[in-house]
Design a protein around this ligand. Structure first.
Ligand code: APR
Length: 391
């Protein structure tokens, strides 16, 4: 065999898995279609929840990977211009999340894996897994010079995101997929404008808006828009006037807008997350909305369960973890899907003028967070990352 595990994809899922396997003494090769600069520069998620932080710490990667990230403090949910604060880490029993932009996480995971002698091959084209349902799977690819390579292995980890080749290698009749469109449009702009004191979400009849720090001098703003509209055509002054209205802040400091993007608010799950010797992890198996910031954390917890299961199988011949892998990951996936949907409804429907009944339900849900310590603790527990389902 050329290696024990071929990992397809060097995003948060694949790189976490590679580091965990390396630390567990299991050989692996990572095949990534893009070049290093592209992977290290890609900006997406930004929160490592407390549970995911514990996982890195368990593998001795805590200081290196998450250590210097600022810890989460209060969360402001501004309702009709009135500030309301939640001390999420305290409500979760002293379990803060950390702010670690995805590109930093990826850079650090690549650094630690390579420092440990890891085998990571960028610009791997036409990656194709073969014989996944047999005992001797192998993976072929072409390198940047066009030379074809073949790697034999015992396990293939499909960590290649939503559009990857791994999920597509499973016969369609073996998979059940679930998709959900939340019917919400989200427009995000990055601006050189001073960040808010605390991460800020604003709910009002004008629609949802949010503002988060992106370093000491910049903010990322989010604005709900009506599906059918194209906010990328909005003049900047229109964006700022909507933000002022929704954040209830006439004096909102403006700054040059340096990035504009439309965020898809959709959810997806593929079941099962395993077929033969192929195991899916991260976005290859599930997509969540950004509400609740669970996508990257789910990718990391998948990688954790998969690393444990492969290590037990490869080193001790114990396949119980692999047999339980898909079901364990899917329990958490659906739990987080529900949380993300619950959260999205609460902050978007609470502002909707169109449906008075749903609006009142969403307000009741939001108010409950500030009135019931039990409701607040349940929310904070999900924000911190819930306990593992036992594989
Ligand atoms: N061959 C090799 N590599 C591939 C292929 C392929 N055919 N297709 C995709 N890739 C690579 C991509 O270039 C990317 O680097 O796989 C990687 C997948 O990374 P992500 O899409 O970031 O997925 P994942 O690692 O599961 O991370 C998921 O992180 O961005 C957050 O919240 C976001 O939920 C998301 C989470």
């Amino acid at each position: 065999l050329d290696t024990t595990v071929v990992i397809i994809g060097a995003g948060p899922a694949g790189l976490s898995l590679a580091n965990f396997l390396q630390r567990g003494g299991v050989g692996c090769v990572v095949l990534e279609m893009r070049d290093r600069a592209y992977v290290e520069g890609r900006q997406r998620a930004g929160v490592i929840d407390h549970r995911a932080g514990e996982i890195f710490a368990e593998f001795g990667l805590g200081d290196q990977v998450t250590g210097s990230g600022p810890v989460e403090t209060l969360l402001e949910i501004r309702t009709d211009g009135v500030p309301r604060l939640l001390d999420v880490p305290a409500l979760a029993g002293g379990r803060p999340s950390r702010l670690v932009p995805q590109q930093l996480l990826v850079q650090r995971l690549i650094g630690s894996y390579l420092d440990g002698g890891g085998d990571l091959r960028f610009e791997a084209r036409d990656v194709t897994p073969h014989d996944l349902d047999g005992d001797r799977p192998h993976v072929t690819y072409r390198d940047a010079d066009g030379t074809t390579h073949e790697l034999t292995c015992s396990y293939v980890a499909g960590c290649d995101g939503f559009h990857g080749v791994s999920r597509a290698s499973i016969p369609a009749e073996e998979l059940t997929t679930y998709s959900f469109d939340h019917g919400i449009g989200w427009y995000t702009v990055l601006a050189d404008s001073p960040p808010p004191r605390y991460p800020l979400m604003a709910v009002s009849r004008h629609g949802f808006a949010a503002q988060f720090a992106r370093g000491p001098q910049a903010s990322r703003f989010y604005l709900q828009y009506q599906p059918g509209d194209d906010p990328r055509q909005w003049p900047d002054e229109h964006t700022w006037s909507r933000l002022r209205l929704r954040l209830g802040d006439d004096a909102l400091p403006e700054g040059p807008i340096t990035g504009r993007e439309v965020v898809e608010m959709r959810s997806f799950v593929a079941e099962p997350m395993a077929w033969g010797r192929l195991f899916l992890a991260g976005d290859a198996a599930h997509i969540l909305t950004p509400m609740g910031a669970k996508g990257m954390n789910l990718a990391i917890t998948d990688a954790y369960l998969l690393a444990r299961a492969i290590t037990a199988s490869a080193l001790h011949g114990d396949d119980a973890g692999l047999a339980a892998y898909s079901a364990a990951c899917l329990r958490r996936t659906w739990d987080y899907q529900e949380f993300s949907r619950w959260f999205a409804e609460m902050v978007h429907d609470a502002g909707a003028e169109s449906d008075a009944f749903r609006r009142r339900l969403a307000r009741a849900r939001l108010d409950r967070l500030f009135e019931s310590p039990y409701a607040a603790a349940a929310f904070a527990d999900l924000m911190a990352g819930t306990a593992f389902p036992q594989a």
